[in-house]
Design a protein around this ligand. Structure first.
Ligand code: BGP
Length: 472
């Protein structure tokens, strides 16, 4: 399909950008905040921890003013569960409630809609120590936290996101620092039981949001990217369908339709990992519906069939690529795609293909809650950051949004990662994503002064023209 006529982006398109509490705020164990699993995990060697980050906690007014200068219509941030409930349940930390209240007011006073993620990788450590999401109680613990948020902010926040990248918590929890398999005999059983509880918590929270905050909209925020087959061999196509189901559709089929994806169900049966499902659970899953699908997109994945899975040789493989699932699919390097300085594949058309696929399956408006380029930025002596590579990356992705919209996909907004430089999940501050440069190094905190990167001025113009002018 060659498109000659591009449709403009809809009026009210939510231009903005994203952050998460543990990666940007700092003050990680002060002002009454309790530790989360991000504060207690072992930080990869050579990278700083999360105690200071971009010190957003103390700079948020200045930072939001800069976002307003770029013309943001929305700002996606997360609320640290342990700033509100230091132990995860029980006593509320009023200082935490007040901090987010003031942050929300600050956004609104600049005409920026707060887009709030309730949970972004930072489970309260006190709950983790009791068994975290593996316990049935975790469902109500999360819903209790959500209720406190709706009570305090529900009249001011129109857009809510439940759980950031639940699929990555399941598939890559070790890298994120949220999963350990110590003493676990069946890792699938553990992961998919936790997953079942998160899905229940999400469904209950979506229903509660609609009950407590009429007019507010809520959705899940998984990391969705289309999975390609390595070739047109039918076995590779089947492998790609398997991984699409395990990586993507499990999460959205449940959020939207309240059903377990059949391919994933089969996969769980084969691994003796069907979660314990209590009577009434599937009714709960159907009771909370999303108003939109938010998703994070960085790149597509490619897989081939793993036909040797039943051989002795392959079952005794110890050098398995992280993305492999013996007998189900094998990760495949897509040589058609360029990569970032950090080795991540860049697939702009894959972004559009992902929109098309999500929309044709679920027919719900979509909101991009992450997409971006991690790079080693340099601050020049005269205080500039020439990040043309980031501008090129974002431009190409926005072009694909315009194409997707022209093809009939409903897209509500675009919030790249990240509004401001912050600490990467496991690669430190040197992997920068922001429009705003934060003057600090990995261990030398310098003065934490803010500088506008070239992409800052470019994005301002993009927003001003509602995506019409993408030129330099
Ligand atoms: C997503 C997470 C973010 C962010 C981003 C970039 O998976 O939701 O928290 O970290 O990826 O990843 P990284 O920091 O590893 O470069």
């Amino acid at each position: 399909m060659v498109l000659t006529k591009l449709r403009g982006l809809p009026e009210g398109f939510l231009w903005g950008a994203s952050t998460s509490a543990y990666q940007v705020e700092g003050e990680s164990l002060t002002h009454g905040k309790g530790p989360s699993v991000q504060d207690t995990k072992k930080v990869p060697e050579g990278t700083s921890g999360f105690t200071v980050c971009a010190d957003f906690y103390n700079h948020y007014k200045e930072d939001i003013a800069l976002m307003a200068e770029m013309g943001f219509k929305t700002f996606r941030f997360s609320i640290a569960w342990t700033r509100i409930l230091p132990q995860g349940t029980g006593e509320i930390n009023q200082e935490g409630i007040d901090f987010y209240s003031s942050l929300i007011d600050e956004c609104i006073s600049h005409g920026i809609e707060p887009l709030v993620t309730m949970f972004h990788f930072d489970l309260p450590d006190a709950l983790e120590k009791k068994g975290g999401w593996s316990r049935r109680e975790s469902v109500d613990e999360f819903v209790n936290f959500a209720k406190i948020l709706f009570e305090n902010y529900g009249s001011r926040v129109k857009y809510w996101l439940t759980i950031n990248e639940q699929n990555m918590l399941t598939l890559s929890g070790e890298a994120i620092g949220t999963t350990s398999f110590e003493g676990v005999t069946n890792k699938y059983k553990k992961l998919y039981q936790e997953n079942h509880h998160m899905l229940l918590a999400q469904a209950k929270t979506m229903a509660l949001c609609h009950e407590m905050c009429p007019g507010a909209k809520i959705g899940p925020a998984p990391n969705i990217s289309l999975v390609y087959p390595a070739s047109c061999k039918p076995q590779d196509v089947l492998a790609a369908q398997n991984f699409n189901a395990i990586r993507n559709w499990l999460y959205l089929d449940m959020a939207v339709w309240g059903v377990y994806n059949n391919l994933v169900w089969k996969f769980l049966e084969e691994h003796d990992a069907i979660p314990d499902i209590v009577d009434g659970d599937m009714d709960i899953m159907k009771s909370g519906k999303p108003d939109f699908i938010a998703f994070n997109y960085y790149s597509t994945a490619t897989v081939e069939a793993d036909l040797s899975a039943n051989d002795e040789e392959s079952s005794s493989r110890d050098q398995q690529t992280a993305g492999d699932e013996p007998g189900v699919y094998k990760a495949y390097k897509n040589t058609n795609l360029p990569t970032t300085q950090f080795g991540w594949e860049i697939d702009v058309e894959g972004f559009r293909a992902t929109f098309r696929e999500i929309y044709s399956r679920y027919r719900l408006p979509m909101l991009v809650t992450e997409n971006g380029l991690g790079a080693y930025d340099t601050l020049t002596e005269d205080g500039k950051v020439h990040d043309q590579y980031r501008i090129d990356f974002l431009r190409k992705h926005i072009e694909q949004i315009k194409l997707a919209v022209s093809e009939g996909c409903e897209v509500m907004g675009y919030c790249p990662w990240s509004a401001i430089d912050l600490i990467s999940t496991h690669e430190g501050i040197v992997k920068r994503y922001g429009f705003i440069y934060v003057n600090r190094d990995e261990f030398d905190l310098k003065d934490l002064k803010r500088y506008k990167k070239d992409s800052f001025y470019w994005y301002k113009k993009v927003i001003e023209t509602n995506g019409e002018d993408l030129s330099d």
